[in-house]
Design a protein. Structure first.
Ligand code: DON
Length: 306
């Protein structure tokens, strides 16, 4: 693979669209981020790493954290998880409440906010709210081989202050018996994990196990079972970008997860993991420039699973 030429293709593709999209402002702390930031990191199974731009700068990982909480929950509670959350794309915005009433408090999938809150509730029920966050941070630090990974407390506070929609989702699910802990206990862990700050490089490194049947190829540690890994990737492919999941799969053809901080994580099974960061979002909350960069990466590498 000619990586210098792939990197140059990506830089050329991104240049004319740089700064496009709208920075998330419903969480006030995210609105302050410079829209011109752009970083990309690719980590391969043999540890080779290729980086562009602001790839070492930390940003708010937001919904990308849902992939890691899902992998923890599948380890802790196993298939029992699927009794309280579905596996279907929602075709609705990430914070929508509409389907919950007709579907009796069972969220469509674990990557929309309601579903991720149920996943977090499972963990909080098993190990408590603070321990959920501590275990997740430990896991990310070990995987990324970087002890500096932490929560951005100003983002966590901002999310909580602006968190009425998530409180509504959690309370609504509780009224259907699909939240076992208190709304505030579960949401304090949820807000904390969404507010973790990581760089493109750290995220791509941390997610490498998802490209290798659940086993981190550099440490040899089995993070989730082979079967759980396939399921996580399948859910990312069909639901990772909410009502933009079809378009993302059409253009990029890889399991991926977006976050409103402007990050997108993609998994290239058997090859590696990549993360791009550019804060301007499209209407579904996926990084606009990030999608262009990943489209170019996939075209150049042939990594689409199709
Ligand atoms: O709960 C929220 O609304 C945010 N913490 C996460 C949303 C998000 O990242 C949506 N993804 N594109």
């Amino acid at each position: 693979m000619d990586w210098p030429s792939i990197i140059s293709d990506i830089e050329h593709a991104v240049e004319p669209v740089r700064g496009q999209g709208t920075v998330a402002n419903y969480i006030p702390a995210l609105a302050a981020v410079d829209p011109n930031k752009f970083g990309l990191a690719v980590v391969l199974g043999d540890g080779q790493t290729f980086c562009i731009g602001d790839s070492e700068e930390t940003f708010s990982i937001q919904s990308i954290s849902k992939v890691f909480t899902l992998s923890m929950a599948l380890r802790v509670v196993g298939d029992a998880l699927w009794q309280r959350v579905g596996k279907e794309p929602s075709g609705s915005p990430f914070n929508s409440i509409v389907q919950l009433e007709a579907e009796r408090g069972i969220p469509r999938n674990p990557l929309i906010n309601a579903g991720a809150i149920v996943v977090t509730d499972h963990l909080v029920e098993q190990i408590g709210s603070p321990q959920t966050v501590t275990d997740l941070l430990d896991r990310l630090r070990t995987l990324a081989e970087d002890d500096s990974i932490n929560i951005d407390e100003s983002v966590a506070k901002s999310e909580s202050l602006a968190g009425e929609r998530n409180r509504a989702l959690a309370s609504f699910m509780k009224s259907y018996g699909n939240l076992n802990c208190s709304v505030e206990d579960t949401l304090s862990a949820y807000f904390a994990h969404c507010s973790i700050a990581m760089s493109c490089h750290q995220l791509a490194r941390a997610a490498l196990f998802l490209a290798f049947d659940g086993c981190d190829p550099l440490s040899g540690q089995q993070m989730v079972s082979n079967e759980a890994c396939r399921r996580i990737n399948a859910v990312m492919m069909s639901c990772g970008h909410y009502d933009n999941s079809g378009d993302f799969t059409y253009r990029i053809g890889l399991p991926g997860k977006s976050g409103v901080g402007g990050g997108i994580l993609v998994i290239a099974p058997g090859h590696g993991a990549a993360t791009v960061w550019s804060p301007g979002l499209n209407s579904a909350g996926t990084s606009a420039v990030g999608s262009v960069a990943l489209e170019t990466l996939v075209k150049a590498t042939g990594w689409s699973v199709f």
